[in-house]
Ligand binder design. Structure first.
Ligand SMILES: [Zn+2]
Length: 337
């Protein structure tokens, strides 16, 4: 028994969400040569060198500056959370990420966003602006998933008193004040997600989404020890013991065995999908129909023909390829149940 591409395209269903979690590895895989000007994305291991933080760390009397950023930041914060050196470091980090610009052609993040639907969520731990900028340039063309910034972001602004979010230059319709930049959450052990209204709301939406989710994809997220609080929240919302057909997929360059052990608390029964790159993932094989394909495969035991995006395409080619999928979704929305 076979579900053909055309059946998949023409029969979308009202299914539960697909949640995608992005870590640093996702942005690095999506932008291996950096931004439009060749500015690379730093990792925790090379951030100090790449952002030229050594001189100010030395001036601040920090010993052994060859350590990774997470270590040094954590130590400084433990000694004095209000230290002027920390504020100086934060300023440099913010300015670097804010200066990054998206490439002009469709990137992996454009493909990712176009592959999901408004019922779905892409939640990122990354400070870089690429997910936001990719979402922004596609949002008026195709219905896109919700995006969440779990550790703040350099592009997202918000009202500190109302649940209003946007970008720079926008203001709050409730109180008429300018929206302020979202705070970045730095790598310390206790992050207190509830302290900041913007971040608290982002986590609430993720938690609710995870509880309802049918599929979970974890892409390039290494779950560092300073993110224990984050992983615990995700684990309890995913609640794998009460699930049956749901699926967890990991996209990561690490070995399959290592990943299977690391993400065991998220794997339903023994179902575990793994790929070392986005273009081999279920999202890329079944764009905008990931949950339909999963249901056909698991509940009905059907073979589902893959329907991959045309890769290396220009935006207009991508959009015309995607339109039959979107049209079928529009039709589904107009049918009353
Ligand atoms: Zn307001």
């Amino acid at each position: 028994m076979l579900i053909t591409k055309s059946q998949l395209v023409n029969k979308p269903a009202k299914l539960r969400p697909h949640i995608v979690i992005l870590g640093a590895g996702a942005s690095i895989a999506a932008f291996p040569k950096g931004d439009i000007n060749g500015k690379k994305l730093p990792t925790m291991d090379n951030l100090i060198e790449m952002l030229d933080l050594e001189p100010i760390l030395e001036l601040g009397g920090i010993k052994n500056i060859r350590r990774n950023f997470e270590d040094i930041y954590g130590e400084l914060h433990e000694n004095d959370p209000s230290s002027p050196l920390l504020r100086e470091i934060e300023k440099i980090v913010y300015a670097y990420f804010e200066s990054l610009s998206l490439l002009a052609f469709p990137t992996m993040y454009d493909y990712l966003l176009l592959s999901l639907r408004p019922k779905d969520i892409v939640a990122t731990f990354n400070w870089d602006p690429f997910l936001f900028d990719a979402w922004n340039r596609n949002k008026d063309k195709v219905p896109l998933p919700i995006i969440l910034h779990l550790h703040g972001n350099v592009r997202v602004t918000h009202c500190p008193d109302h649940p209003v979010y946007g970008e720079r230059g926008m203001y709050c319709p409730e109180c008429d004040r300018d929206l302020i930049p979202s705070r970045l959450l730095y790598p310390i052990r206790i992050k207190n997600y509830a302290n900041d209204l913007f971040i608290k709301t982002e986590w609430e939406i993720l938690r609710k989404g995870l509880r309802q989710a049918m599929t979970l994809t974890i892409f390039g997220y290494g779950a560092p020890t300073t993110d224990k609080e984050a992983v615990d929240i995700m684990k309890s919302a995913w609640d794998k013991d009460n699930r049956f057909i749901e699926r967890t997929e990991i996209i990561d360059i690490k070995d399959e065995d290592v990943l299977r052990a690391q993400w065991e608390p998220f794997i339903i029964r023994t179902y575990f999908d793994w790929s070392d790159n986005f273009y081999q993932s279920r999202i890329a094989k079944f764009p905008r129909r990931t949950c339909e394909a999963l249901l056909d495969q698991t509940r009905y035991g059907l073979f589902v023909e893959e329907n991959p995006f045309p890769f290396n395409a220009k935006f207009d080619e991508l959009l015309s390829w995607i339109m039959p999928l979107v049209d079928a979704e529009d039709k589904m929305e107009t049918i009353k149940i």
